[in-house]
Design a protein. Sequence first.
Length: 256
Amino acid sequence: MPIILRDSSYSKEGAFPAFLTQTNEKGITLNYILNQLDIKYHLKNYKKFTFTDIGAGDGTLTLPIMEYLARLVNLETYCIEPSSLIDILKKRCGLKVHYIQEGMEETSIPKSDFILIAHAIQYLKDRKKFAKNLKQALNSNGKILVVGTHPESDDLKFKKELKLKVLLAESKKPLENLFEYLEQEGFKVTREYLKSTIYLTNAQKINKIGKEVISFYYHKPFSEISKEEIINFQKLARKFAPEDKLTKLLQFIWVE
C-alpha cells in the first residue's frame, strides 16, 4: 500500500505554503491518487512506465507520485508547466524529469501511461483540440486523471461572493464540455468525489498564518488588502465556514 502523506510536509513560509498547512486537500488528493495507481495498474507488468503531469505547478503533487512509481517501475516522467513555477519544480523534482515550459494547448504531449491534470483544465481555450491531443498521447491501457473543484463546492461559493476575479476561472468554465469531447473520442469517463476541509480559524484571528491565508485568497500582499476586504472576508467566512471549517468538494475524473 502507498505511504500516507501528511500535509505538515508542506509547511514553509509564503502565502500558498501557509494555505496548504490550513487544509487537508493535498493529503487527501495524494493518498487517493497513490491508492488508485495500485488499483488501476498492474505495475509489475510494465517494463517501462511513463508519467506526465500537465500543469505541474511547483511539483507538490508530482514529486511524491514520482517517488512512489519509481520504486515499482522503470519510470520516465514529463512535467509540462508554462509559468515561472517551473524553476521551483526543477529544484523539487531534480534531474530525472523532462521539463517542458509550454502551454497545455501549444505543446506536444509525450506518449504516456498515466497523465495527471490537476486544477488546470479550466484555463484551456480549445478543449476539442486538447481532447484529440490527449487521445494521441495516451498509450494502450493508459489512463488520464483530471482533478478539479466541483462547481457547487462551498469553497467556490465563498470565492464568488468575495468576487475574486483571479480565482474564478474554475467556476466560470465548467469541465463538462472537455469530457464530452473525450467521450466522442471513444473514452470512458468516470467520477469520484471527496470532501476536503479548509480551516479558517487563523484567518479569523488575523495572526501570522491567517494573514498569509487571506493573502492567498486575494492574490496580493496582506499590506495591500484593505480593511473593508478583511471585514468582508471574515463576514463571508462565518457564512460559508461554520466553526471556521470551509468544505471543498474535489472531483476526481478518470478518462480511460
